[in-house]
Ligand binder design. Sequence first.
Ligand code: ADP
Ligand code: MG
Ligand code: MG
Length: 890
Amino acid sequence: TQYMYRFGGGVADGGDAAKGNKNLLGGKGANLAEMASIGLPVPPGFTLSTELCARYYEEGESYPPSVNDEVAAGIAHIEKVTGKNFGDANKVGNGPLLVSVRSGARVSMPGMMDTVLNLGLNDETVEALAATSGDARFAWDSYRRFIQMYCDVVLGLDHGLFEEALEIAKEDSGYFNDTDMQVDDWKKLVSIFKKIVEEEWGKPFPQDVNEQLWGAITAVFGSWECERARVYRRLNDISASWGTAVNVQAMVFGNMGDTSATGVAFTRDPSSGEHAYYGEYLINAQGEDVVAGIRTPQYLTKVAREAAGAKPLSMEEAMPEIYAELAKVFDLLEAHYRDMQDIEFTVERGKLWMLQTRSGKRTAKAALRIAIDMVGEKLITEDEAILRIDPMALDQLLHPTLDPKAKRIVLTKGLPASPGAASGYIAFDADSAERRKEMGESIILVRTETSPEDIHGMHAAKGILTARGGMTSHAAVVARGMGRPCVSGAGALLIDAKAGTLRIGDKIYHDGDMITIDGTTGEVMEGEVPTIQPELVGDFGILMEWADKGRRMAVRTNAETPHDAQTARDFGAQGIGLCRTEHMFFEASRITAVRQMILANDEAGRRAALDKLLPEQRSDFTEIFRVMTGLPVTIRLLDPPLHEFLPHAENEFADVASAAGVGIDVLKQRANELHEFNPMLGHRGCRLGVTFPEIYEMQARAIFEAALDVAAEKGAAPIPEVMIPLVGTKGELTMMKALVNQIAEKVFEERGNRIEYLVGTMIELPRAALMADEIAEEGAFFSFGTNDLTQTTLGVSRDDAARFLTHYVDKGIYARDPFVSLDIEGVGQLIEIAVNKGRATRPDIKLGICGEHGGDPASIAFCEQVGLDYVSASPYRVPIARLAAAQAAL
Ligand code: ADP
Ligand code: MG
Ligand code: MG
């Protein structure tokens, strides 16, 4: 097997269309090869494939013997193209070859994996570099950077020791910036660094450049299994089996004086999506300086600098020619990849080099704007635009923003690093953020800056606030990716994490204090600021229109209040797929009557209580029907085990006793009788209707009376779909359907008017799915109740699953939580059987899904595949479902 693939200098072993080779070369390697093959200036290098990573772990963390020669051939390739030699100590000629060793997985994992720069320096080559470059300061700065990174990434030494030594060196000389350090200062620091290495590692810093190289390669492969990479994989559904590639590439130097620079850029604004170049750069620096927020970067474009009122010149102004060249490359890359690109570049003594390109992470708002603009620019089609948007990311747009009319005390302003507003209690470290979130607290993570170790805390937080770092700092990039609001670089914050204090001006806040951040404006505010609903117009509306054209399945909502029903209508729901009726019974004004009904000893007692509930239930339906005239509304008759409604406290028993006119002891006795060992498999669902038909009678009457009322009032009726829950056999449905039809006829006769309606069932027991042909003889529709169907098929109690299911997911027994994303292989098979058998009996049977899965894109794709007529999702998931249904249909 070939494990090494060269790029640069007219060679691209990965093939011209390296695009398709991301799995093998990793994203970074594939894109470097592709940039090289379309003629962009890429420093030459080679990629060790992800297959080698897998082999490395299979072989117990060692390499197949052939790899030695391959790496040597790769180095030879770089030497040939650059005319420099690895480990060359000659003080005349082209100077020694230095390389970077960079990780790169299939999908970008920003900041997750480690990179080593300036590799190939030792006590001799540093002198050669100084002599051949004519810049000793640069050579020694590079050497100290290399030692620092190598010790951190490869040797695993405490990087604090090196940073501290640097700080002390600067203080001793009265310097403020790293750039103030002179050649002798760096030399002195290098010898201090080497002493630290000897003390901490027990051996001198490796001088053999090949030992350095193999050390770094192994560290990159090793970092695939480090804790923070694992956390990132888990949060982003990345498989551990993918592995990472390693890229070894000739160094180019942004730190060779004032004609050198380094920067990162997006071809469009990643926050707003605006079609304008967007980025940051630093003169006389190496790439790490920008990303790590060590120096505050400067703007790329003049417009951005002026908008921010910043003084230091933008790259457009300071280096106009190279900027123009760079802008051309941006356009070329966008046209080539047909997507917004996130780019790293370096300028070495006036020459531009491209170091990375990839599809840029963006906010949901930017994703929409970019997709729609690109359709306008004829770069992509409408269908492609639909496929470009991650449905789950729409969530970011559906949630509230700060009420512009609300009073706010603005404490300070930072950079608007990731949009959206959030309020929460201050947490100063990731662990406590995570812990407190689990206790139900809303958290704002407040840090001087963030690093990959903070990922879990950022995930747990509602928002992130940092004192340092630019728009492309770690905090900003990760927050945008996660969809968390973030304000970065708020310089006025004085954070003392140890003491647990945040000082802003003369105010001091502690971890019990609430603050609000607005990642759209950069404002930091005291306390909680009220929010308002966003308006779903503009780009959002356009994309939804395209999605609606593209989808086949209808999208309904799960709602049981008029408010939720209205929200869902506003989000585009085409009816209700599940209206649960039990929640309606819990209201304080009704619960006593409900309890009276349950605890009654006989039918007469139950009917007396049900008479009190009828008008209440009717008004529930009337209000919902008003919102849904002309649309289907699936109403599930009472489903939960009765014991859920039982009184507990003494006063609750007393209330029921006086309402029913019986003694408390009698009631308690009856409550005991109702106790069940396994209520979820007990007296619930249509079993209630079979034993106490008067309950379903009352509900059916309320439905039909309400529908006729609304028809009279509005001139249009909803289409009730009366759903019988937990049916396992045809006989149950036959009986319940007869009952509903009988009530319907009675009501229609009383009112002298009729409406259209259907009676059908929920498929939530494996037996029902298997016997669907028979059940379809009675049921006009099936709605897959996949929450219960998952529970009954897997034999896993969904209320108790949390304790063990996360372990199952962690260990890969289930790829995803089957209550969140449908178990397509198992539960999906039952659905397919039921669909086929149901249609065989009744070709026009209506089929839908109403479980939690109706709002999950992967599950929606399955629903499209088996040909369901609609999916039903909670109101906030309706737009997500509309988009996911369109994607599934394309
Ligand atoms: P990450 O994936 O964390 O961005 P990279 O491998 O892209 O890691 O590298 C980190 C930094 O080092 C980037 O700023 C990049 O531009 C810089 N860098 C990497 N390789 C080289 C090189 N050959 N020459 C100069 N700078 C480099
Ligand atoms: Mg990078
Ligand atoms: Mg159910």
